[in-house]
Design a protein around this ligand. Sequence first.
Ligand SMILES: [Cu+2]
Length: 93
Amino acid sequence: MDTMKGMPDKGGAKPAGATSASAVGTVEAIDAQNRKIKLKHEPIAAFGWPSMSMEMTAAPSVDLAKVKPGSKVNFTLSKGANDTYTVDALSVQ
Ligand SMILES: [Cu+2]
């Protein structure tokens, strides 16, 4: 499997190359028209990320009307092609 050379093949802890993760964050901005949400999230170990502010795309199932700037939320994030990230689920704490 030469094409998989760069991939870790050990079992055990979630690798940094995880494709989805659950996280906690605070909403900073919402662009409902373009399905974008900017979140200041806490560290996400599954992706090897420190805490940061970043804009993500909200999946069609996510109700952006439920959140506003300042809302503290639990959310799940999935990694797509080209390092794009989508919020698949989101709930206000
Ligand atoms: Cu981030």
